[in-house]
Design a protein. Structure first.
Length: 439
């Protein structure tokens, strides 16, 4: 295909296209330099752009659609006639920018692209009762008005709008025509006089009166879009730093693309692939397909946290279908050294272990045995002979406190056994001495 394009180099493309938006910009340049007619160029360029990419080509689609001839009624459009106004039509081709998923999604501002037209047939011929009928064109007026949720927003072929909700878009095309119909009637007049008397009467066609005719007709078209340009918000907050590495949390909402950019690496999330589709009027629409992908260089992900080598530069790029923003990273944090405090370190089985945590205003994950909970300030556990370790977890680190747990019944048994042994020992020694004295 590329050879065929290069072969047909003659004249420049008829409208400006930003070829850098193409997956292969050089192929776009070849098409723009070709002598292909507009429809062929449009087809080839849209085919090139139909390749999936991870950002919506909003600027390209807008430039493309604005360059189309929208004065030609598309196939299947409804046409209406009234009086001498014939074949009036209007078409709301698209709103830009917009993205098609399962529904048509719209941003907070954009433009409606409208096509419209009609024919006017000046009347002719003699009307009944007239000996002659003349027609004179007096002029016309047309208006193409745009509405968003029934509120007027502007007029013209391209109508700008703003919105923050799901919206109904409507265009109304109003045509008014004005012309003059002059009626002529026969009347009798004396065509020969003699001595003050009419000797012959003749019939003559002369102007009688005129009607100023006003005709009007309006047609409309509409489409519906679902708002999808919610506020972007992202942040990176450092929570720990050790051994030349920074650990933190990347928070974000309502994004289609998200990138954490460092001088030592990057982390990118892409939720969609974008392509373009076109209708029988060559109007382009962006299509989004959910294809979540993640790429990472020099950054380690662990559940909700990420870790990377200390970096002097850090920024976040974030976008949805229609908007994008940049955010700074926050490397400032207070180093937290958690402490587990107990009022003693030896407990009997079944005794309550009172635990105090510092700092007291931070939630920690604290566990003992098979029990684990998120708490701050203080908590308690019941001592068991199968666990002798209280564990505090914070920022992927563990801190522990060892305790001694005694079995009370077993201790009493050992004490009794010890007393019994001691008494027996004393008795045996006394018997030895007694019998030794009498032998």
């Amino acid at each position: 295909m590329k050879l065929a394009i290069i072969f047909l180099l003659l004249i420049p493309f008829s409208f400006a296209i930003e070829c850098s938006q193409f997956p292969n910009p050089s192929e776009c340049d070849d098409v723009m330099s070709s002598s292909l007619d507009l429809s062929e160029q449009q087809y080839l360029l849209s085919s090139l752009l139909a390749n999936s990419q991870n950002k919506p080509p909003c600027s390209f689609v807008r430039d493309w659609n604005l360059a189309l001839d929208t004065s030609i009624p598309p196939e299947g459009v409804e046409k209406r006639s009234k009086g001498q106004i014939r074949n009036a039509w209007v078409k709301l081709f698209t709103v830009m920018p917009s993205v098609k998923e399962e529904k048509l999604l719209i941003g907070s501002n954009g433009s409606m692209l409208v096509g419209f037209g009609y024919d006017f047939q000046m009347p002719y011929g003699r009307l009944n009762g007239d000996c002659r009928t003349d027609y004179n064109y007096l002029g016309n007026s047309v208006a193409i008005d745009g509405y968003v949720n029934d509120e007027y927003v502007g007029s013209g072929r391209v109508i700008d709008y703003e919105t923050s909700i799901d919206s109904s878009f409507k265009v109304v095309y109003k045509v008014k025509e004005k012309y003059l119909v002059s009626h002529h009637k026969y009347y009798w007049h004396c065509c020969r006089w003699k001595r003050g008397h009419c000797k012959s009467w003749c019939r003559k066609c002369g102007f009688k009166y005129a009607d100023e005719i006003h005709e009007s007709l309006s047609v409309s078209d509409s489409l519906f879009g679902y708002f999808s340009d919610y506020a972007l918000d992202a942040s990176f907050v450092a929570i720990d730093s050790y051994l030349g590495n920074t650990k933190g949390v990347l928070n974000s909402t309502n994004y289609s693309r998200l990138s954490l950019l460092l001088d030592s690496g990057n982390l990118s999330f892409h939720n969609y692939e974008y392509s373009v589709v076109w209708d029988n009027s060559s109007v382009l629409t962006i299509k989004a397909r959910s294809v979540p992908t993640v790429s990472s260089v020099g950054i380690v992900r662990n559940n909700e946290t990420i870790m990377f080598e200390d970096s002097s530069k850090c920024s976040i790029f974030m976008s949805n279908h229609f908007s994008n923003m940049n955010f700074d990273c926050n490397f400032t944090f207070d180093q937290v050294v958690p402490l587990i405090k107990l009022d003693k370190d030896t407990f009997d089985v079944g005794e309550t272990i009172s635990v105090r945590l510092e700092p007291s205003d931070i939630d920690f994950n604290v566990s003992y045995g098979n029990t684990s909970r998120y708490v701050h300030d203080s908590t308690s556990f019941v001592a068991t002979n199968i666990a002798n370790r209280i564990v505090l977890r914070y920022n992927d680190r563990e801190y522990d406190q060892l305790i001694i747990v005694k079995n009370k019944d077993k201790s009493m048994f050992m004490l009794s056994l010890s007393v019994f042994g001691t008494v027996n020992y004393v008795i045996i020694e006394l018997l030895k001495r007694y019998f030794g004295m009498h032998l």
